[in-house]
Design a protein. Structure first.
Length: 168
């Protein structure tokens, strides 16, 4: 597996799958989630609604992942995963690692060779970037997956520099 870092917007990535830092409602939100639904168009939300009406009537649990179409985005699929909200008093790093592992498991089911990830939980959910980068890179490196191209798409130069330092 090759791990690469890109500074940019995840909605512009050409990859078999891009990962959405969703919330458990699957009904959209801010940050990455908002950008994906805005640029991907209504087809994605339509499939999310169907998931809520069937397999995930109570929402997608934290640490799990599920795929939909990518609508108008230049990817084939969106893999939605729900990161944990950061907590100072409770160690939720296992759930954050699970987001990466489960997303790669879903990617394997789709036979996706390339997957682009955002820095899950580091926005609205408040996870410190350096710790999130460590967890993300460890989880991806340790994953048992056929995905060959894993890309981390970092939105700003601080996030990029933090991942770069951790990758080395
Ligand atoms: P969470 O709710 O899991 O914290 P957010 O979407 O709020 O998810 O943020 C996750 C990370 O993604 C943050 O570091 C944020 O700066 C970054 N981000 C926001 N929009 C985009 C985008 N369009 N492409 C890539 N990264 C983004």
């Amino acid at each position: 597996m090759e791990i690469t870092l890109v500074r940019g917007d995840i909605t512009e990535q050409r990859a078999d799958a891009i990962v959405n830092a969703a919330n458990s409602s699957l009904m959209g939100g801010g940050g990455v989630d908002g950008a994906i639904h805005r640029r991907g168009g209504p087809e994605i939300l339509e499939e999310c609604r169907k998931l809520r009406a069937s397999r995930y009537s109570k929402g997608l649990p934290t640490g799990q992942a599920v795929a939909t179409t990518a609508g108008r985005l230049p990817a084939r699929w969106v893999i939605h995963t729900v990161g944990p909200v950061y907590s100072r008093s409770e160690d939720r790093s296992g759930l954050l690692a699970s987001c990466y592992r489960e997303s790669l498991r879903v990617a394997d089911e789709l036979e996706a060779g390339s997957v682009a990830f955002p820095a899950i939980s580091t926005g609205i959910y408040g996870w410190p970037m350096d710790d999130a980068a460590r967890i993300a890179l460890d989880a991806v490196r340790q994953a048992d997956t056929s995905v060959e191209d894993v890309r981390f798409v970092l939105f700003d130069s601080t996030a990029y520099a933090t991942f770069e330092a951790r990758l080395q």
